[in-house]
Structures are given as C-alpha cells and as structure tokens.
Design a binder for this molecule. Structure first.
Ligand code: AMP
Ligand code: MN
Ligand code: MN
Ligand code: MN
Length: 278
C-alpha cells in the first residue's frame, strides 16, 4: 500500500486537473491519495468520482495557510467532512483573504515596475483561488524572470515585495476548523520552514496544545537524517505520522506522486486515526 497524503490539483496551485491527478496517482501505484489543495476543497468532488472509477481510495483533505510567530505555516487537514459548516466558513474566509492578498501583491509588484500582475495571475488561476505560483507563472510568461524559482527569489519569497502574509489565521484556528469537520490536523513539511530545532519544538508544542494530532514525518524526497529527526519529534510529542509528496506538477522528480521514503516502523501512521474510528 502506498499512501500519498499531500497533493495539489488545479483547484489551487497544481497543474493537473483533479481527474488527471487521480489517474496519475493510480498509475504510479498510489493506493490511498489525499487531495489537499490550498485553502479549498473545490477539487474533491471531481476527484472522488474518478477515484471510484479507478479503484483508488481518496481521502478528503485541505492545506490551510496559517501564521505562527509571523511565519507562514501550513496545516493539512485529512479526512475532513467537506460539508462541515465551520470548515466551509473557514474556507470562505481564506478565499476572501486570498483575493485581497492577490490585489495587494499586484499593487506591490506595480511598485516594482511590473504592470497588470493581478489580472495576469488571475488568468493563470482560471477561476480557482489565486496563489503566489500564479503570479510566478505570469512573471515567467512575460519574461520578467527565467523561472518560477527565480520569481520567488526576486519577487514572491519571504521578505520580498510579493510576500504578503499577515492576514492568515493562527494555527489554533486552523486546527479547530479541521477538527470541527471530523478531520485530523497535520503539520505540513516541517523541514521547510528553516526553523531551529528549538523553535520547531515550540511550534509543535503549540500545535499539540491546540488539538493537532499529526506531523509529516516524510515530505517528498528528504534525507534520512530529516526523517529520523521528524520521527523523534513525533515520538516526543506523541503525534501520529503522515507522509506525502506535496505534488504540484509533473517533471519535478523531488515531488512525484508516491515517490518518497517509507515511514519509519516506530511511527504511528496517521491513517490509524480514521481507520480505528471506522
Ligand atoms: P501561497 O499559497 O500563495 O502562499 O503560495 C505558496 C506556494 O508557492 C507553495 O505552496 C508552493 O506551491 C509555491 N512555492 C513556494 N516557494 C516556491 C519556490 N521557491 N519556487 C516555486 N514555488 C514555490
Ligand atoms: Mn503550493
Ligand atoms: Mn505547503
Ligand atoms: Mn502543499
């Protein structure tokens, strides 16, 4: 069995449609797939239809943008009831924040001499929620930068003009919203925040206090040192372990569907939480 519990479709900033994502996961041997688009559950209905046809188990997920001590932290929700009232209200609020933020990013890029970025990003989003990758694609398309990673380095990454983050809810809010819909809250890609071990432990402690239950011990292709360190933290805080690719698009081997190391045997896999619940 291969569980990939962190993936994106074009309902947020992924490239593949929900149908293409599910088919690709199936063809790569994934047996249990969570679609966890940023701040939306829009793609899940379509993903569910094709998952039934293809015979792959789809887990309803979401990846919430939050902030903690001024840092942009992502909290994944797994096995959520997409009709949960509080969850739907939270998603509506995130959508509003994203809309306002996109306008602000557009204004800030205009100050940098880049015109029409908001409209450009919106057309790349094609009606889905807007994220920084849509701005990155616009910047590449218009020749302002050679690649998306340079777009982040120059314009969109931490501390750059397009880094507008102070409106996200705190992690406690996201955990509560996920739990209100019967879901399990998971700290996404803990290695990617460049936190010291001490600060990461503080984040995990706050998350646990808020009712968080799991952490991604394996996120995409990472070193065995990182896996061991995250497994230690999971054990120390009595958290369940999740694993996922964070797949966004084909041709990025480091985040291909299902392509990551196994969870260490000592871990309590996160799926126990919903399998036990029946
Ligand atoms: P947002 O959700 O609007 O805050 O945008 C964050 C998303 O941008 C992440 O989920 C990634 O998909 C993408 N991203 C972040 N950093 C980079 C980078 N350096 N290069 C390419 N994409 C990135
Ligand atoms: Mn993304
Ligand atoms: Mn993320
Ligand atoms: Mn993600």
């Amino acid at each position: 069995m291969i569980y990939d519990l962190h993936t994106h479709s074009n309902a947020s900033d992924g490239i593949l449609s929900p149908e293409e994502l599910v088919s690709r996961a199936k063809s790569r041997g994934v047996t249990h797939l969570a679609l966890t688009d940023h701040d939306t559950t829009e793609g899940l209905h379509r993903a569910g239809i094709i998952a039934d046809q293809e015979g792959i188990c789809l887990i309803s997920g979401i990846e919430f943008s939050t902030q903690w001590q001024g840092i942009n932290i992502h909290i994944v929700g797994l096995n959520v009831n997409v009709e949960g009232e509080q969850l739907c209200a939270a998603i509506a609020k995130q959508g509003k924040i994203r809309g306002e933020r996109a306008h602000e990013i557009g204004r800030r890029l205009a100050h940098e001499g880049i015109k029409d970025a908001y409209d450009g990003a919106r057309s790349f989003a094609q009606g889905s929620i807007i994220g920084r990758p849509h701005f990155a694609r616009f910047l590449v398309d218009k020749g302002h930068v050679p690649s998306m990673s340079v777009a982040f380095k120059r314009y969109l990454g931490a501390g750059k003009a397009g880094d507008v983050k102070h409106s996200w809810p705190d992690i406690g809010q996201a955990v509560a919203d996920i739990r209100s819909a019967g879901g399990v809250a998971v700290i996404a890609h803990p290695n990617r925040y460049n936190l010291t071990r001490t600060k990461l432990r503080r984040l995990v402690a706050d998350f646990k206090d808020a009712g968080g239950e799991a952490i991604e011990v394996v996120s995409g292709q990472q070193s065995s040192n990182d896996t061991a360190a995250m497994q230690n933290i999971a054990a120390q805080f009595d958290l369940h372990a999740s694993c996922g690719s964070d797949f966004h698009m084909p041709d990025q081997p480091w985040q291909e569907l299902g392509a990551f190391g196994a969870l260490p045997a000592q871990c309590n896999p996160v799926w126990q939480l919903w399998q036990e619940a029946g």
